[in-house]
Design a protein around this ligand. Structure first.
Ligand SMILES: NC(=O)C1=CN([C@@H]2O[C@H](COP(=O)(O)OP(=O)(O)OC[C@H]3O[C@@H](n4cnc5c(N)ncnc54)[C@H](OP(=O)(O)O)[C@@H]3O)[C@@H](O)[C@H]2O)C=CC1
Ligand SMILES: O=C(O)C1=N[C@H](C(=O)O)C[C@H](O)C1
Length: 248
């Protein structure tokens, strides 16, 4: 049995994760912590793996504690940039048997959408990303959109693609979205939505749109459980659930 603790257990994702872990074969839910609870409960309960669905402003402190105490972490919380990932690598170097998975998106379909977008990137002159979420989301653009833009930018660099054409010289603030490594990312917040993304590619005479929709948060649970089951055998830092999936 893998002993699992959940951080952010009263939140939208954390609460669902508690249920998923309780129902999962080979997993035991030993701690459910939220704002104000002491992380020491995790050691008292013998947690081997922690799932973090909290907030970008607290997740780094949670992970520092987990790494220091040799507790593996499966992280859905957003807000990771290169500087944060470098900090985690430094911390993990001092606790070499501990594993941390940072998964911008746990939905299998979203992981595939990112993979397909990276594959398509070299063939198109233009690309833009539209992410659409529920209005209670605290960060923009989404972690998924940032990651997708990074993967597309990497693929374009590798292919030697030129700059994306855009003749705009006059624009209201925000009209052209955020610039993530040269890729324009647009955010929509709309009641009724959960988590959705479109990646639009264009070239002479054709466009390609890759769209993924999470219609319910249960779509993230298979990926969370995959992370929980695999992280104990993956010391160090893993970024992206695709590393635990067979996508060859
Ligand atoms: N990777 C993925 O597949 C997914 C990632 N996410 C990401 O997960 C994160 C959480 O999303 P969501 O569940 O919707 O957000 P919620 O606001 O519903 O949940 C966050 C919870 O964490 C609690 N919390 C805040 N600080 C702490 C702390 N220090 N220790 C423990 N708990 C704390 C919050 O309490 P309080 O409200 O009192 O602050 C709240 O209950 C976001 O970054 C979101 O983008 C979401 C969906 C999928
Ligand atoms: O806050 C959310 O809801 C989601 N957050 C993640 C993100 O920012 O990409 C994953 C998914 O989009 C849902």
């Amino acid at each position: 049995m893998i002993k699992v603790g959940v951080l952010g257990a009263k939140g939208r994702m954390g609460a669902l994760t508690c249920v998923a872990v309780e129902e999962a074969a080979g997993c035991e839910l030993v701690a459910q912590l939220d704002q104000g609870d002491s992380l020491d409960v995790l050691t008292e309960a013998g947690a081997e793996v922690v799932v973090d669905f909290t907030r970008p402003e607290v997740v780094m402190d949670n992970l520092a504690w987990c790494i220091e105490h040799g507790v593996h972490a499966v992280v859905g919380t957003t807000g990771f940039d290169d500087a944060r990932l470098a900090t985690l690598r430094d911390q993990l170097a001092k606790s070499p048997s501990t594993g941390v998975l940072i998964a911008p998106n746990f939905s299998i379909g979203a992981v595939l959408m990112m993979r397909f977008a990276a594959q398509a990137a070299q063939y198109y002159e233009s690309v833009e990303i539209i992410e659409l979420h529920h209005p209670d989301k605290v960060d923009a653009p989404s972690g998924t959109a940032r990651r997708t833009a990074e993967l597309i930018a990497d693929a374009r660099r590798e292919a030697g693609s030129g700059p994306i054409p855009d003749a705009t010289t006059t624009a209201l603030d925000g009209a052209r979205g955020a610039d993530v490594e040269g890729i324009r990312v647009h955010g929509v917040r709309l009641r009724g939505l959960i988590a959705h993304q479109e990646v639009l590619f264009g070239d002479e005479g054709e466009t390609l749109t890759i769209r993924h929709d999470s219609m319910a948060r249960v779509s993230f649970m298979a990926g969370v459980l995959l992370g929980v089951r695999r992280i104990g055998d993956a010391p160090g830092l893993t970024v992206g659930l695709e590393h635990f999936m067979d996508l060859s």
